[in-house]
Design a protein around this ligand. Structure first.
Ligand code: NDP
Length: 600
C-alpha cells in the first residue's frame, strides 16, 4: 500500500493500528528489573568501590547527577552555597548519558540547545547532534568546573528521605548505609533511568547472552561507545527487541556487525531526516557572543512551540513541524481562524509531515514489504519522533531482517529462540544473543521509579499526597514537603523537545530560593496548600497536552493508552505553553517575594 491521501481513510487507518496495540494490562505488561532479573542492572562501566558510610550534615543534597542535578549543583555553587552533596546510583556524573553508551547514541535535539552550560564551560559541541561520549565528558566537565565532585556520593542510591520536623531538616538514607541530614533536598531523578523488560513468556528461560541497551555489553559485542566496529558479532545471530529511539540509533551499528540481525518490531518509530554535521569553529566563534546559549534556547523553544518569529536558529525536524503548522494557520481564511480551525490546520500539517516520512522509507528501503512494515501510522508526536540517516538503510544489509509482529509483539522466548505468532503458526528465530531495547519505567508508581518515596511532614508519603494525581506549584514545590525542590518538567513548562531547557530554568529557581532562605536566616520554605491547589486548578484549565492523548497509539507518552485522572494531572504543563511559562517563572522569581511559598 502506498500512502493514503484521503484524510478520513488515514484517520481510520490510525485508529485501526492503534486498536491492534491496545492491551488491557497497560504498564503491567512490563517486568520490573529486580530479583532474578537484577543482573540486568549491574554497572558494566565502573567498578563499585567499598567506602565507609557517611554520617554528617550538608546544606543541600542533590539527588541525581544527570543534567538536572548538575545544573542545580552548578547554580547552587554559583550562588555561594558551599556544601552541596551530589548523589547518584551511577559511578560518575552523566545520568542517562552515564548509562546509555550503546553504539550510535547521540542527542536528538541540537547540541547547542541540548547540552547545558556551554557558555559557562566554553565547550563547543563538535557536531550539530553530539555523540554520547562527548556528552558524558561534558557532564564530567561541569562536575569538575563547579566543584561538584567534592563531597559527591556515587554508586549510591537514596533509599529513604524523611523530613524531621523537630530538627527542620531531611534525613537521607542510602543503600550504602549512609545516614546524613540535609537542610534542603533537590531531586533531579529523571523520567527514564529505570530500565524495564518486556513481560514476554519464557524471558527467563533463554540460555544465550542478553542485556538491556542501557547496560551495553562491549565485552560481548566488541567495539566501544565511540563507534569502533562491534567486531565480536561477526559470527553471532542477534535479536533486538524494540524499535524506539534507542533501537533506531544502535541498529545501524548492529546491522554492520552481526552475522544475522533480527529486529523484532511491535510499532515502528517515525524516522525523519537527521542531517548531522560537524561544527565549523569559525561559525561557532561568531555565534558564541555573550548570552548566546540562552538566546538559542529561547529561540528553539519559541519556534518549536509555535510562538517563534521569523528567525529559526536551529532549523531541524523539531522546528519544521511547527513552521508548517504556522504556515497553514496563516493561510486560513478569516472565518476559520478559530480554535477548531487552528487544530484542524495542526492536524493537516501533521498528516502531511507523516506522509513525507513514510514516503522517504520507500526511497531508501529496497524490499517493498520491509518498507511498508516500517511505516508509522500515527501522529508524529504520539511517540518520540526519531531522526536518523542510517537507520532505514540498515534494512538493505543482507544479514538484517525486520521481523514485524503487526502490533502484537514477541509471543514467546525459549532457551534458544525468539518466537513470533503468525496466522499460519509460530515462527522461531534461533539466536545467540537478545538485546532488550525495551525502554524505561515511566508510568509506574513514583516509588518504583525513584527508588524512594519521600516522607514529609506528619509522616505523609509523597505517594499518598499524590494518590489522585501529582500536585505541586510549578512542578517544583509540594505542600507538606518543606525544603524539597523537584527538578522535572511536568506541571511546569512540560517541554519535551528539549528536556534540559526545563532544568535550565528550574535550577535557577532552586538556587534563588535556597540562597534567599540562607541569606534571610529562614530554616524552612514550603508551598502553601492554597497555592498548590490554585496551580493545579490553573493547569487543568489548559488544553492538556497532545502527549497524553488517548487517540494516540499506546506508549509511555500516554500511559500505554490507558487514560486516567492521574495521567491527565501528571502530563499537564502551563496552559499558555512553555515560553509563557518561562517568562512567568522569571517574573515570579525576580519579584523576590516568591508568591505561594511560605518562609519560616
Ligand atoms: P521505548 O520505550 O521508546 O521503546 C521500547 C520499545 O520496545 C518499543 O518499540 C516497544 O514497542 C518495544 N516493545 C516493548 N514490549 C515489546 C514486546 N513484547 N515485543 C516487541 N517489542 C516490544 O524505549 P527507548 O529506550 O527506545 O527510548 C526511551 C526514551 O528515551 C525515548 O522515547 C526518548 O525520550 C529517550 N531517548 C532519547 C534519545 C536521544 O535523545 N538521543 C535516544 C534514545 C532514547 P511499542 O512501541 O509497540 O510499545
Amino acid at each position: 500500500m502506498t500512502d493514503i491521501v484521503d484524510i478520513d481513510a488515514l484517520k481510520a487507518k490510525y485508529a485501526e493500528e492503534r486498536a491492534k496495540r491496545l492491551r488491557p494490562d497497560g504498564n503491567d505488561q512490563y517486568v520490573q528489573v529486580a530479583g532474578r532479573f537484577a543482573h540486568y542492572l549491574v554497572d558494566p562501566y565502573t567498578p563499585v568501590v567499598e567506602r565507609a558510610p557517611v554520617r554528617d550534615h550538608v546544606t543541600v543534597a542533590v539527588v541525581g547527577g544527570g543534567f538536572a542535578g548538575l545544573l542545580a549543583g552548578a547554580r547552587l555553587k554559583e550562588a555561594g552555597v558551599p556544601d552541596v552533596r551530589m548523589i547518584d546510583k551511577a559511578g560518575d556524573f552523566g545520568g542517562t548519558w552515564y548509562w546509555n553508551r550503546y553504539p550510535g547514541a547521540q542527542c536528538d535535539t541540537a547540541s547547542f540547545v541540548y547540552m547545558p552550560l556551554l557558555e559557562e564551560t566554553g565547550h563547543m559541541p563538535t557536531e550539530k547532534y553530539a555523540h554520547a561520549p562527548e556528552i558524558l565528558e561534558h557532564c564530567q566537565r561541569i562536575g569538575r568546573q563547579f566543584g561538584l565532585y567534592d563531597n559527591a556520593l556515587f554508586h549510591t542510591e537514596v533509599s529513604e528521605l524523611v523530613w524531621d520536623d523537630d530538627a527542620r531538616h531531611w534525613i537521607v538514607r542510602t543503600n550504602r548505609g549512609d545516614e546524613f541530614s540535609a537542610q534542603f533536598v533537590a531531586t533531579g531523578t529523571g523520567p527514564l533511568h529505570v530500565p524495564k523488560l518486556p513481560g514476554i513468556p519464557g524471558l527467563e528461560t533463554f540460555q544465550g547472552h542478553s542485556f538491556h541497551t542501557s547496560r551495553w555489553d562491549y565485552e560481548y559485542t566488541g567495539g566501544d561507545p565511540a563507534g569502533a566496529p562491534l567486531d565480536k558479532l561477526g559470527d553471532k545471530r542477534v535479536a533486538i527487541i524494540g524499535t524506539g529511539a534507542t533501537a533506531v540509533q544502535c541498529i545501524p551499528h548492529l546491522a554492520m556487525a552481526c552475522k544475522e540481525l533480527y529486529v523484532f518490531q511491535r510499532t515502528p518509530s517515525s524516522v525523519d531526516v537527521r542531517d548531522n554535521r560537524p561544527t565549523d569553529p569559525e561559525w561557532f566563534a561568531a555565534i558564541a557572543t555573550p548570552g548566546w546559549q540562552q538566546r538559542w534556547l529561547e529561540n528553539f523553544t519559541a519556534n518549536q512551540t509555535g510562538v517563534g518569529g521569523d528567525e529559526d536558529l536551529v532549523m531541524d525536524g523539531w522546528t519544521d513541524l511547527s513552521r508548517r503548522i504556522r504556515a497553514k494557520i496563516m493561510q486560513l481564511p478569516p472565518d476559520q481562524m478559530t480554535p477548531e480551525g487552528m487544530l484542524a490546520a495542526f492536524e493537516d500539517s501533521d498528516f502531511e509531515k507523516m506522509s513525507e516520512i513514510r514516503a522517504r522509507i520507500d526511497t531508501i528501503v529496497e524490499n517493498p514489504e520491509t518498507a511498508q512494515s516500517l511505516k508509522a501510522w500515527y501522529r508524529q508526536l504520539c511517540k518520540r519522533p526519531c531522526f536518523h540517516d542510517e537507520y532505514l538503510q540498515a534494512y538493505n544489509e543482507p544479514g538484517t531482517h525486520l521481523v514485524d509482529t503487526d502490533g502484537k509483539g514477541v509471543a514467546r522466548i525459549t532457551e534458544s529462540a525468539v518466537v513470533v505468532d503468525r496466522p499460519d503458526g509460530p515462527v522461531e528465530y534461533e539466536v545467540d544473543c537478545i538485546i532488550y531495547a525495551s525502554g524505561f519505567e515511566v508510568g509506574t508508581e513514583h516509588a518504583r521509579r525513584a527508588g524512594f518515596d519521600p516522607v514529609g511532614r506528619n509522616g505523609v508519603r509523597m505517594s499518598e499526597h499524590w494518590g489522585t494525581g501529582m500536585r505541586s506549584l510549578h512542578g517544583t514545590h509540594v505542600h507538606g514537603f518543606p525544603n524539597m525542590l523537584l527538578l522535572q518538567m511536568t506541571q511546569g513548562a512540560n517541554l519535551i523537545s528539549n528536556v534540559p531547557h526545563n532544568f535550565v530554568e528550574s535550577s535557577r529557581t532552586v538556587a534563588m530560593i535556597v540562597k534567599h532562605a540562607l541569606d534571610q536566616g529562614y530554616r524552612e520554605v514550603e508551598v502553601t496548600a492554597e497555592a498548590e491547589q490554585q496551580w493545579v486548578d490553573l493547569l487543568l484549565t489548559g488544553p492538556g497536552t497532545f502527549l497524553g492523548s488517548a487517540d494516540c497509539t499506546p506508549g509511555y507518552y500516554n500511559n500505554e493508552g490507558q487514560q486516567s485522572a492521574y495521567n491527565r494531572a501528571f502530563f499537564v504543563g502551563y496552559p499558555q505553553g512553555a515560553m509563557a511559562y518561562f517568562s512567568y517563572l522569571d517574573e515570579w522569581r525576580n519579584s523576590g517575594d516568591f508568591a505561594g511559598l511560605h518562609f519560616r
